[in-house]
Design a protein around this ligand. Structure first.
Ligand code: 5AD
Ligand code: SF4
Length: 369
């Protein structure tokens, strides 16, 4: 049995296509030795195709107001226990400029989903100012949900060049069980196409370990990433937030943390083996399951980390899930600690670099910036 698993991993590392059930087998590996083999292969491939560097992106959580009601998320509209906040324009720009001081090279402006004109204009203005004040040096990624195509175009014209919009799950039925009325799977897919048409490097992703989700679903999610030709993948384990409807479906969450982390790492490795030269984030959700969760993610094939730059007084307002790390951290101290721990994991942090997706340039046959 084990020989079979090792040969599947080797075939995948060599770029062979596996059957869906074989991918499922690899996703479900729990033997520690086989896992180390899998992560080693994924990590080698990442180094070969994307280099051994880790690009850092400063995350700025701009606003936790959200018009959506995802059943898993702590800042969903109906959660009245969350103090809502919105950064002032100057505050967004100043926080982004801190990224330059820290030599992060790029920032991600993230928010709950809002389609009010005042907010849309504010994001456009913030992007323009960040580009202007940094002389074009800071790369700007946006993660502000589903929008009209014209909004995506305006934000792109203002200088944003990457966008993250997770599909969350590519299974229509599962999607509708996680999102109440008012959410549309088709619109989300449409938005991913709009983003590509506008010229963004496209980021998408899912959560794993959702109630009723199977490994077969995840194999299909990876097919979805491939078919939409994503440049960046942000994935993480689903984590319970006690004020959300989905929490009731995961009564044993605490006891399952180690298994959930292990599955999420397998998923990163499998996505690396399948999608090869894309950027993959080692997400904060991994960090929530283990203090070195992000470093474990890097060792399993991820190549991007997004340290949080949100002003401390707002952090407790952006708790998508319970026990989110970093609520009280000191940004300067955590930056040094992160750099050290990334280096200890065997990678080097690349300063002042946008850390663009190699895949984006390869598929367009453009020279990498
Ligand atoms: N656990 C893990 N990830 C979550 N997200 C939202 N709620 C949770 C949760 N409870 C993720 C979603 C979203 C991203 C911003 O955060 O995938 O796209
Ligand atoms: Fe809003 Fe995003 Fe949370 Fe859904 S996951 S409720 S869209 S912030």
């Amino acid at each position: 049995m084990n020989d079979h698993i090792y040969s599947l991993i080797q075939l995948a590392a060599d770029g062979q296509k596996l059957q869906a059930e074989d991918w499922e087998t690899v996703l479900n590996i729990s033997d520690p030795e086989a896992q180390q083999f899998l992560y080693g292969k994924a990590s080698d491939l990442r180094v070969q195709l994307c280099g051994a560097n880790v690009a850092l992106r400063g995350l700025v959580e701009v606003s936790n107001y959200c018009t959506k009601n995802c059943l898993y998320c702590g800042i969903r509209k109906d959660n009245c226990n969350v103090p809502r906040f919105e950064l002032e324009l100057n505050e967004i720009v100043d926080t982004a400029m801190l990224a330059q001081e820290y030599r992060y090279g790029s920032v991600v402006l993230q928010s709950g989903e809002r389609t009010d004109v005042r907010f849309i204009d504010k994001i456009a203005e913030a992007v323009s100012r960040i580009k202007k004040y940094s002389n074009g040096k800071i790369g700007v990624t946006l993660s502000c949900g589903e929008q009209e195509k014209s909004v995506y175009q305006d934000w792109f014209s203002a200088g944003a060049h990457r966008y993250l919009l997770r599909i969350e799950t590519s299974d229509r039925k599962l999607y509708s069980s996680l999102h109440p009325a008012g959410h549309s799977f088709d619109n989300r897919v449409q938005c991913l196409h709009y983003l590509k048409e506008c010229g963004y490097q496209l980021g998408t992703g899912i959560m794993c370990g959702l109630p009723r989700q199977t490994a077969a679903d995840i194999v299909k999610d990876i097919d979805f990433f491939e078919n939409i030709d994503a440049d960046m993948i942000g994935m993480g384990p689903y984590l319970v937030q006690h004020d959300t409807p989905l929490a009731a479906l995961c009564p044993d969450f605490e006891q399952e943390k180690a298994a959930r982390l292990s599955f999420a790492l397998n998923m990163i490795a499998v996505v690396r083996l399948r999608l090869r030269d894309v950027n993959i984030a080692a997400t904060t959700a991994l960090h929530a399951l283990a203090p070195d969760g992000r470093e474990q993610g890097l060792k399993a094939g991820a190549n991007v980390v997004m340290p949080n730059l949100t002003p401390l007084r707002f952090r407790s307002g952006y708790l998508l899930y319970d026990d989110k790390p970093g609520v009280n951290e000191n940004a300067a101290a955590s930056r040094n600690a992160l750099r050290e721990s990334i280096e200890k994991a065997g990678f080097s942090v690349i300063d002042d670099d946008w850390g663009d997706s190699v895949h984006f340039f390869t598929k367009a046959k453009l020279p990498h910036a």
